[in-house]
Design a protein around this ligand. Structure first.
Ligand code: CA
Length: 225
């Protein structure tokens, strides 16, 4: 799952980003409201963590603008303000939930899990499958031929993206942006390296290879003979 963190305090943003990455989320972080709008409309996020007090455009205005434009992913507001009026204003602007700083990290994770669980992404069920391979987005269990396969968080995110686009050729740039966020641009061969790891885990020694290299174009996941 991919999350956009909008927070102008760099140490808080780094703390959240690192923690979520350890949990297997793909995280992009931006530090002002205008960037938040443009990222939300460019990339496909499962949830936005949105600070209220931000440079250029405050979090409520960001939430309001996104909702007016039909944006449907869940938004959780982060703020240092803790009054009933503030909470109501946040929810009125289109946020789904509210977390007051400083918050316990476990609570942040619980809110994210709760919000992503109830959010039905159009066309993306929680159980993704191809042939005898399955991936559950909630329990994070991957199986092939009924056998559970251990995955690192990046391998999981990569496989999830491939399974969301079956039989579709995905370029290295598309895969890199989706799985590594904008960190991808510093690491040229990381997609090939991780596709290699994933192949070893899900395809090696099996009669049907699901991960296909499309020469000069990228990769695709397919069960076609
Ligand atoms: Ca702030």
């Amino acid at each position: 799952m991919r999350i956009l963190v909008v927070e102008d305090e760099q140490n808080v943003a780094a703390f959240i980003k690192q923690g979520l990455a350890e949990e297997g989320y793909v995280v992009d972080a931006v530090g002002d409201g205008e960037l938040a709008l443009s990222y939300a409309q460019t990339y496909d996020y499962d949830l936005i963590l949105l600070d209220v007090l931000l440079p250029k455009m405050d979090g409520r205005q960001v939430a309001l603008t996104l909702r007016q434009r039909g944006y449907s992913a869940p938004i959780v507001m982060l703020t240092a303000l803790d009054g009933v009026d503030d909470r109501v204003a946040g929810l009125d602007s289109g946020a789904d939930d509210y977390l007051v700083k400083p918050f316990a990290y476990r609570e942040l994770l619980a809110r994210i899990r709760a919000r992503t669980r109830t959010y039905d992404r159009p066309g993306t069920p929680n159980e993704l499958q191809m042939a005898d391979l399955s991936l559950n987005r909630l329990t994070r269990v991957v199986k092939r031929g009924g056998q559970e396969i251990e995955m690192t968080s990046k391998e999981f995110a990569l496989l999830e993206f491939l399974l969301q686009h079956p039989n579709q050729v995905l370029s290295r740039t598309q895969i890199g942006e989706q799985v590594w966020g904008y960190d991808f641009y510093n690491q040229s061969n990381i997609v090939d390296v991780y596709v290699g790891y994933l192949r070893r885990k899900i395809d090696d020694g099996r009669p049907l290879q699901l991960i296909r290299t499309v020469r000069g174009a990228g990769y695709k996941l397919s069960a076609d003979a």
